[in-house]
Design a protein around this ligand. Sequence first.
Ligand code: F6P
Length: 324
Amino acid sequence: MKKIAVFTSGGDSPGMNACIRAVVRMSLYQGMEVFGIRRGYQGMIEGDILPMEQGSVSGIIQQGGTILRSARSQEFRTEAGRAKAYRQLQEAGIEGLVAIGGDGTFKGAQILMSEYPDIKIIGCPGTIDNDLYGTDFTIGYDTAINTAMNAIDNIKDTANAHDRLFFVEVMGRDAGFIALRAGIATGAEAVLVPESKTNIEHLIQTLEQGYIRKKKNSSIVVVAEGDDAGGAFTIAERVGKKFSQYEIKVTVLGHIQRGGRPTCMERVRASRMGIAAVQALQEGKAGLMVGEINNQIVLTPLELATKHHQEINPMLLEMVDILA
Ligand code: F6P
C-alpha cells in the first residue's frame, strides 16, 4: 500500500489528535504517502483531502478536539453520496483509510467497503463513551472521566459547605461508563446508568441512610444522561420531594467533558492505536478495529465492534454501594 488517508468522524474526543499524529508519522516512517480528510465522510464526499507531512501534525499531541475536524454526514447515508466519496478517493489514489470514531463511523466504513471492496479501512475507537466492544478503553474516555472527576470534586467542596444534595449529570447517551468511574472516584452516594434499571425507592433509601445513620450533610448522585429513569433534573424532582430539609441542586456537565488536554494514558494509547492501524493496513488487513485489551493490541471485526456493546462490570456497580 502506497497511499493512505486518515479522518475523524462523529463526536470528537480528546486524544484524536494524538492518533492522527501517530497515523501520519508511522505512514511516513514506512515510506507511504499520507493524506488527511477534513470533516469526516462529508469531507470525503467533497474531496476535502490534504497531503500530510511530518510538520502537519507538530504540536498537536496535547490538544483536545481534532485538527481534521468532524461531522455527521447525511449525504454519506445515501448510495449517491458514497459513490461521490469513492470517486474522490480514487482520484487521490487512496487505497487505505484509518477511520477514527465510534459506532456510526464504523457502520459507515462497513457500508463503503461492502460497495467498494478495493478500499481498505481500519478503525480506531474514538469516543468518550467507552461503549465499543473490542477494547478495554476508547480514545477520549480517560480524559473525559478525569474532567468529570475534577468537576465533581469542585461540586463536593461547595456541597459540603451547605446541606445540599447534588445530582450531577455526565455524558453517556447509551452508556454509563463515564458515570460509573467518575462516581466511584468522587465517592458518590449513588451512580445511575442506562445499563441497569434505576430503582428510585432504593435510591431514596440509600440517601436516607447516608443522612440519618452516617450523618452526612451532603451527597452527590452521578447520573448518566441516558439513564432509564430520566436525566438529572427528572430524577432530582422525584427524589427531592422526600428530602425537603436539604437543598437540591442539579449540575449538567455537558460538553466540557468532550474537550480538554488529553491525559498521559490517552496520548500513549491513541498513539499506539494509530501505529497499529497503519501496520494493519500494510499487512493487507481491512474491516477491523484496533483495540487494547489487557494492554495488548487486539483487532476486532468492525461488524462485531458495532453489533455488541461493551458490558458494565457488575463489580464496579457494587463498589458504589459498598463504598457509599
Ligand atoms: O461522544 C458521545 C457523546 O458524548 C454522547 O455521550 C452524547 O450524548 C453525545 O456525544 C452528544 O453529541 P453531540 O454533542 O454531537 O450532539
